[in-house]
Design a protein around this ligand. Sequence first.
Ligand SMILES: *[C@@H]1O[C@H](CO)[C@@H](O)[C@H](O)[C@H]1NC(C)=O
Ligand SMILES: *[C@@H]1O[C@H](CO)[C@@H](O)[C@H](O)[C@H]1NC(C)=O
Ligand SMILES: *[C@@H]1O[C@H](CO)[C@@H](O)[C@H](O)[C@H]1NC(C)=O
Ligand SMILES: *[C@@H]1O[C@H](CO)[C@@H](O)[C@H](O)[C@H]1NC(C)=O
Length: 506
Amino acid sequence: MIMRIKLARLIAFVVVFANIIVIYYSLRLFVSFGGFKSYYTVPTVKTSTKSPTKHISKLVTIIIREFESFENDVAATVQSFLNVFPNIQLMIVYDSSPYPPLDINLKNGSFRNLKTVNLSPSLKVPYIERHPVLQIKTKYVLFVPDSTRISSRQNLQYMIAELSKQPENIIVVPTSNKKDLGCLRINVNIREWTLKYSLIKGTVCDGVTGKHLILMETEILKKLSDPFILPFPHSLYIQTAPLLIKINILKSPSFQEGKPVLRSHHAQWKQKQVNASRLKNLYTLFQLKQVVRETGATEWYGCTRETPRCFGPILDLMPSYLFEGKWTPPCCLSNLRKTAKHVFNSLDEAGIRYWLEAGSLLGAMRSGDILPWDHDVDIGFNRDDLLRSPWLTKAQDKPVVDSKGFLWEKATGGNFYRINYSKTNKIYVNLFPFYCKNGTMTKDAWYTSHKNMEFPDNFLHPMSSIEFIGRQVPSPNNIRDFLELKFGKGAIENPEYPNPSRLPFP
Ligand SMILES: *[C@@H]1O[C@H](CO)[C@@H](O)[C@H](O)[C@H]1NC(C)=O
Ligand SMILES: *[C@@H]1O[C@H](CO)[C@@H](O)[C@H](O)[C@H]1NC(C)=O
Ligand SMILES: *[C@@H]1O[C@H](CO)[C@@H](O)[C@H](O)[C@H]1NC(C)=O
Ligand SMILES: *[C@@H]1O[C@H](CO)[C@@H](O)[C@H](O)[C@H]1NC(C)=O
């Protein structure tokens, strides 16, 4: 009995001891493979004097995105980083294979971590290899502009340490501490198709101008629609700004400039053309039609008089953009204002009695402008005056282009008239002929959808006027009653889309 207990104790002791040994060696093995170390790399960066470059190489992928194949310093930039971090992952991303080819000696052993990613579709290249984000295996990415040098590991260690304190942000440093970076506020209004830059003071920005390096978590790239479009990094900031991701400019330590590139007159000229076409492509892709620069200059990337308007035929009174949660493109609103001003002037000149109707009157009441989602301007006029206008007279037979390039036609959809911005750009103003019948203003053909139904003629006696698109325009008197008669109570305070029931979701 006693012997048995002693034996049991002995066995238990041996098992516990063996366990301790196993655990001890497992731990040693774990630590020697990197173990917890990689998690502690970043915090120890500042204190340790022997820098763990091995771990930086495992943490960061260096990416060179923008360079010109006709003149660049990519090979030397790559070499500079490999000299400091021989094992770091490096990626060069381009839209088409550079020609002449980059002068990088790919046979050198230190280039085994260099990847090139050609973004263009190719019958020879699988999807996964064309998409940089699917190729990046590290926690961080560092975007390096062409012609940059790194002189010591500290630069990158410092950046990583800073980023680890604010991982939701993006960290940037200038390539040269002689130059200051510009700090931008970027307002992207998707619903109104507009982008606005303004320069601000400080180091926490939405975007940055000037030559700089960018460090961020790879995770951020995955949140963006297309993080590698040119011009880079301009395109990056347009995408991070709406996500409220901040760009933090660090003052030091800076990197160095590499070989000067694109300095000649010819190269500058060439790059200017390339820049302009990349910008146009970028704004078109993201449907940004009005861009206000930090200088205050406005650029348009939308429709003009010589191009078709930005939306197709309208079905059920609901233009396609409403289904995308957007309002009328700003170029269309601007073209519509021009057309309306021209029509008001023509009607004034001809001595035609007219008034602002329906949605346009509603817009005037609300903000003195076209409703931001409206696609036309509606005007009522006195049918008895029709022949006073040479253009309305001519339009009765067939469409006619007036001396200023606007097209007048009798609309096929009913007994009314339409003035198109031009022969090509068919954004339009409607002119509805009314006449008085036993005290009621009425029309012959009912185009009921326009809410321009008949109304008591005392709304026009006397006429009133209202501010609209920067001028006074004749209107019915008692506008509130007039609009509530047409649209129902509360229409001015709570206007609705023309046919809200068509929207699939609120
Ligand atoms: C090859 O790599 C080594 C560093 O590993 C570097 O010193 C050398 O200059 C490289 N050679 C060429 C031709 O780039
Ligand atoms: C072209 O754009 C880049 C930024 O994408 C800018 O650094 C460069 O100065 C521009 N060059 C010219 C000539 O406009
Ligand atoms: C004027 O614009 C309307 C609406 O876009 C279009 O249906 C019509 O064909 C245009 N008129 C002419 C003559 O092009
Ligand atoms: C004219 O309107 C009045 C009241 O508004 C109505 O009593 C009368 O019947 C109408 N006459 C005709 C011919 O429609």
